[in-house]
Ligand binder design. Structure first.
Ligand code: SF4
Ligand code: FES
Length: 284
């Protein structure tokens, strides 16, 4: 695996995970889940880890683990604590709300199964933490509004030439709602895993990230030749735009929708260069 950050979870109970899974019917066993805690936004002093012990059963997802902890929020040392907060909505891998760091890698809690993770590390333990590139609201819940702001910056929507059927829908809401439809072909679920994994996204960076470039590219394709497409390209050529991609390809590696993000970025970069030359020749 290339540049995506990985952390080994703290060692769990000494156990050979592969043989425990093989003998699962004969023997009951438990595993540990370490959860990063923070009591509120910006409350960094309350950061800590809580460790929970859960009975293993086949087919458990990370979301199932969090639900089990919520039902009985008692640490492995028997201390009763507040149940961890995490986001979830569709619980079938379609909305991206539950994306968090599982063993240091951005994954969707609802569709990430425990067994393959434990086999991968041969440790009867998992580590759950909030995405690190977004402000923590509480425990595993983060504020991903910067990802939506990036979509706005590159105008990743398709202009409508008709009034909304619902007058209460404001233009900005209408446009953002269109972002994922910027092609019926765009299954971006807005999970922000690509932003989390991108080395160019750090404090102080303006880079809009792969998802916005991909969405904007679909919108450019749909409106090629229109003033809207040029305006969108100009935004993508500005500060924080496509030129800031460092080509690590981490985004491709973590995208749960397997989107061709590298191809979208390359295509936008080519279109930007063409537009730059076009302008240059027009001035001569
Ligand atoms: S491009 Fe992929 S990784 Fe990025 S937000 Fe969309 S679905 Fe998630
Ligand atoms: S809850 Fe929707 S992707 Fe996990």
């Amino acid at each position: 695996m290339s540049g995506v950050r990985r952390e080994q979870p703290a060692p769990g109970p000494a156990i050979d995970v592969a043989s425990a899974l093989a003998r699962a019917d004969e023997q009951k066993w438990s595993f540990r889940v370490r959860v990063r805690r923070q009591d509120g936004p910006a409350d960094t002093r309350s950061r800590r880890w809580d460790e929970f012990e859960l009975p293993w059963r086949p087919g458990l997802s990370v979301h199932d683990c969090l639900e089990a902890i919520e039902r009985d929020p008692r640490t492995a040392r028997g201390e009763r604590v507040r149940a961890p907060a995490w986001d979830a909505s569709c619980v079938e891998g379609r909305c991206g709300a539950c994306t968090m760091l599982v063993n240091g890698r951005p994954r969707q809690a609802c569709v990430t199964l425990v067994d393959p993770l434990m086999l991968e590390t041969n440790a009867a333990s998992l580590e759950l933490a909030p995405l690190s590139k977004f402000p923590v609201l509480r425990d595993l819940v983060v504020d991903r509004s910067s990802a939506r702001a990036a979509l706005r910056r590159v105008k990743a929507w398709v202009e409508l030439d008709r009034e909304p059927a619902e007058p209460s829908v404001t233009p900005s809401r209408r446009r953002l709602a269109l972002a994922p439809t910027a092609g019926a072909s765009s299954p971006c679920i807005g999970c922000a895993a690509c932003l989390e994994a991108c080395p160019e996204l750090h404090a102080g960076s303006l880079f809009v990230g792969a998802a916005s470039i991909h969405e904007a590219k679909l919108a450019v394709d749909l409106q090629a030749g229109s003033p809207a497409a040029d305006e969108r390209l100009d935004a993508l050529m500005g500060p924080g735009g496509v030129a800031e991609c460092g080509k690590s390809q981490n985004c491709v590696e973590v995208c749960p929708a397997s989107l061709p993000l590298d191809e979208s970025i390359a295509s936008v970069a080519r279109a930007a260069t063409k537009r730059l030359f076009g302008r240059w020749f027009a001035r001569r």
